[in-house]
Design a binder for this molecule. Structure first.
Ligand SMILES: Cc1cc2nc3c(=O)[nH]c(=O)nc-3n(C[C@H](O)[C@H](O)[C@H](O)COP(=O)(O)OP(=O)(O)OC[C@H]3O[C@@H](n4cnc5c(N)ncnc54)[C@H](O)[C@@H]3O)c2cc1C
Length: 376
């Protein structure tokens, strides 16, 4: 009998998994809570690393599509202090794809969606419960009452995964508050800010706060303010005036990034699972991406989600008749791979919002490759 694989969540991890399985002739259904591919803006851009995100795209047969969508120049980054002085200015080799080119999340998700057979993604399917069936497999219930059965359930349903609770009770802890704003059509409307940010990323590092900006492929700038996780209500961060007060004394050329925002400030809590969290294997079910290992966002989450997908797909394709052996092998390798990355992400996140962040980050970005990443 044909194995029915259900993937909960059509983010970067879930779609990469469905695509690579499809290339191996293995069908899967992706249940996605959003109404359509354009229901929500997918956010900023990502740099895909050769050994993880780019490797997964090669396994997906999408390396060519990636090269035509990615922006190698987006790797450029600038680090400034609150007075506007440049601390680091890194420029990638012109047009080189050998590093970590940036790609807009929306473009990457579209690349994956376009590569799947029609009907693979079931939109408007928010999983609300998964119950083991007598014998094997799971009965799935979606918002609105629709039901489906599967033999293998893969939770790719992100930070607040529903599937995770079937495997582990690992709790999430707040690690930061992030407030985002957008500036559209920056070259025409705010040429000085477009010049300040450049083609990639800008970070302005103060004491326990960062004002960051990122250039996207559509000519807009995405502004992100990172602050320590405190108990304050998120509404505190919804007014530009309140945000500007938090950056009092900073060079006005920098705070102009907040003033120019043409979307209302959108605050959210950034959370993480404990580094090194594992679960005991259970038949017919596993997790990938943020559902498996939610980490502070320092540039690894999407890359590791896509590598999880590539590794799990490869294991499932090795012996499609024995999905449990595949899941076991995937989980062991994934836990070992993720643990040091999760610890590193926690350290970098803590460093970024520490009082000595500027010095620490400059050291981090200018260290020679052989030097270890900064310790606690
Ligand atoms: C501000 C920020 C910046 C980041 N920058 C980077 C970066 O530069 N590089 C990097 O590698 N990583 C980055 N990350 C991390 C990265 O975004 C995530 O690790 C990555 O998106 C995880 O992919 P995923 O497929 O596991 O989850 P997601 O991308 O979150 O996808 C989960 C999907 O599941 C759907 N879903 C959720 N619940 C349900 C449900 N119950 N039923 C059905 N569908 C459901 C969601 O709608 C979504 O489509 C960043 C994160 C943040 C917050």
């Amino acid at each position: 009998m044909l194995m029915r694989i259900a993937i909960a969540g059509g983010g970067l991890g879930g779609l990469t998994l469905a695509r690579i399985l499809h290339r191996h002739g293995i069908g899967a259904v992706v249940y996605e809570r959003e109404a359509s591919r354009s229901a929500r803006s997918q956010g900023g851009s990502l740099d895909l690393h050769p050994e993880s995100g780019q490797r997964a795209l090669t396994d997906a047969g999408l390396a060519g599509g990636f090269r035509s969508e990615a922006r190698p120049e987006g790797e450029e980054h600038r680090i400034l202090d609150p007075a506007g002085r440049t601390l680091v200015h890194h420029k990638p080799q012109s047009g080189s794809f050998s590093g970590r080119p940036e790609i807009d999340r929306g473009a990457l998700r579209d690349l994956l969606l376009d590569s799947l057979p029609a009907g693979t993604v079931m939109w408007r399917h928010r999983l609300v419960a998964a119950v083991p069936r007598p014998g094997a497999g799971f009965g799935l219930t979606f918002d609105g009452g629709h039901r489906a059965d599967c033999d293998v359930l893969i939770g790719a349903d992100g930070a607040r995964s529903v599937v995770r609770s079937l495997l582990t009770d690992a709790a999430l802890s707040p690690v930061a508050t992030l407030v985002e704003l957008g500036i559209s059509d920056a070259d025409r409307r705010h040429p000085d800010l477009a010049e300040l940010v450049g083609p990639g990323n800008l970070w302005c590092i103060g004491v326990s706060r960062i004002l960051a900006a990122q250039r996207l492929g559509d000519g807009s700038i995405r502004v992100g303010i990172s602050l320590p996780a405190d108990g304050r209500h998120l509404d505190t961060y919804r007014s530009k005036r309140a945000l500007l007060d938090m950056f009092d004394g900073w060079d006005p050329r920098l705070t102009a990034l907040i003033e120019a925002g043409d979307t209302p400030p959108a605050p959210r809590r950034i959370e993480a699972m404990p580094a090194g969290a594992r679960w005991a294997h259970q038949p017919g079910i596993t997790l990938i991406g943020d559902a498996a290992h939610l980490m502070p966002p320092v540039g690894e989450g999407a890359n590791q989600a896509m590598l999880d997908a590539a590794e799990l797909a490869a294991e499932l394709a090795t012996d499609p008749a024995d999905p449990d052996a595949a899941i076991r092998a995937y989980e062991e390798a994934m836990f070992t791979r993720i643990e040091p990355i999760a610890h590193m992400s926690a350290r970098v996140q803590a460093m970024m919002l520490s009082p000595t962040a500027a010095d620490d980050i400059v050291r981090f970005f200018t260290r020679r490759p052989a030097e270890p990443a900064p310790a606690d």
